[in-house]
Design a protein around this ligand. Structure first.
Ligand SMILES: Cc1cc2nc3c(=O)[nH]c(=O)nc-3n(C[C@H](O)[C@H](O)[C@H](O)COP(=O)(O)OP(=O)(O)OC[C@H]3O[C@@H](n4cnc5c(N)ncnc54)[C@H](O)[C@@H]3O)c2cc1C
Ligand code: FES
Length: 321
């Protein structure tokens, strides 16, 4: 049985128990959200002891070397001495410089951080409401193209943070954010490779960033972006994406509606069905899947069966807290 030491107290961790479950069971409050190794709200830092590799998936290499890990994915084999990371300034201030309605339930929020932030288009940041409650939002902006960070936030009915963003947050406001994380971003290592990007709803946010980043960096292999929504009022940045199609011959944008008669170049059907109809084999492709968790789970299986290697599928399910 591994012993976890935190702030001078020791907590015995059961066989197969995560650090998060162990600490919670002992009444220690640890920030957490998805409990699935996705949102990174449970990030802690080890001062002593060996961290299982699975607890550091998706963290920046600098964080890995500093001993950061995700408490919800960490099942320790050995004793650990750990600490909370907040005191070390993972958070920073940012100013809201713009807010724009993109669709009936999605707004773009533009933020300028108080200090330069190193990020890749498609990663996500955490946005804090009143310095406490936080949620993850993906970055639709591209560092070399945009002067701000851009988030696309869908209004979840009754949602504590998305409701606040839609109802209260205004240009000029100051907010707190946590530095960028995640592994959904473009790496220009094979610029002739075919890329497939599939998103639903505000899942377009990271894909919009990744596509613009890839094309800007000179990716010349085919790039297919599928954006799915119930109806046309849920699709957004349509004109901008068609304009990109005109600028880059290798880029193909496919807006899909599942519950409405399609118009203006849209396709009808569930987004993954439309992908399957267009591409029989995806052997050798790289794929990005973002948005509704069910779509992401289904998509991973479908793309794998169509030939995409699992290691080439990058996914951000927008799991609820
Ligand atoms: C890695 C990552 C990236 C993300 N990127 C984005 C992004 O770019 N844009 C974006 O809009 N969201 C994104 N999300 C989701 C976002 O973090 C929040 O979960 C979402 O905004 C809801 O938070 P809330 O505080 O408004 O709702 P909460 O107060 O947490 O939830 C209110 C109620 O709604 C339910 N609920 C929460 N989320 C959903 C949902 N998606 N569908 C249906 N019911 C729900 C809850 O179970 C609860 O009953 C991302 C999530 C992750 C993990
Ligand atoms: S709670 Fe651990 S990564 Fe989300």
């Amino acid at each position: 049985m591994a012993i976890i030491e935190l702030e001078g107290k020791s907590y015995p961790c059961e066989e197969n128990e995560t650090v998060l479950d162990c600490l919670t069971r002992h009444g220690v409050q640890v920030p957490s959200s998805c409990r699935a190794g996705v949102c990174q709200s449970c990030m802690m830092r080890a001062e002593q002891g060996e961290i299982p590799k699975a607890a550091q998936v998706g963290l920046k290499p600098t964080r890995v070397t500093q001993g950061y890990f995700l408490a919800c994915s960490c099942k320790p084999q050995d004793d650990l001495r750990i600490r909370f990371p907040d005191a070390e300034g993972l958070r920073m201030g940012a100013r809201v410089v713009g807010k724009e309605l993109l669709s009936h339930d999605i707004v773009a929020v533009r933020l300028v951080p108080d200090k330069p932030m190193d990020y890749r288009a498609g990663q996500f940041i955490r946005l804090f409401r009143d310095g406490g409650l936080s949620r993850c939002y993906s970055l639709a902006s591209v560092p070399v193209l945009d002067e701000w960070l851009e988030l696309h936030v869908r209004h979840v009915p009754g949602g504590q943070v998305s409701g606040w963003v839609h109802g209260d947050l205004s240009p000029g406001d100051s907010v707190q954010i946590a530095d960028s994380s995640g592994h959904c971003f473009y790496v220009p290592d094979q610029q002739d490779r075919a890329m497939l990007l599939v998103g639903t709803g505000s899942g377009l946010a990271p894909l919009y960033g990744i596509v613009r980043d890839a094309l800007h960096q000179g990716h010349w292999g085919p790039v297919w972006l599928y954006h799915g929504s119930h109806g046309s009022k849920g699709l957004y940045r349509v004109d901008e994406l068609h304009e990109l199609e005109r600028q880059f011959a290798n880029f193909h944008y496919v807006p899909c509606v599942s519950h409405e008669k399609p118009s203006n170049g849209m396709r009808q059907g569930m987004v993954l069905d439309v992908v399957a109809g267009d591409h029989e084999s995806l052997d050798g492709w790289q794929a990005f899947l973002c948005g509704h968790p069910d779509m992401v789970t289904l998509g991973k299986t479908q793309l794998f069966l169509s030939g995409v290697s699992l290691s080439e599928i990058y996914a951000d399910p927008f799991v609820a807290s």
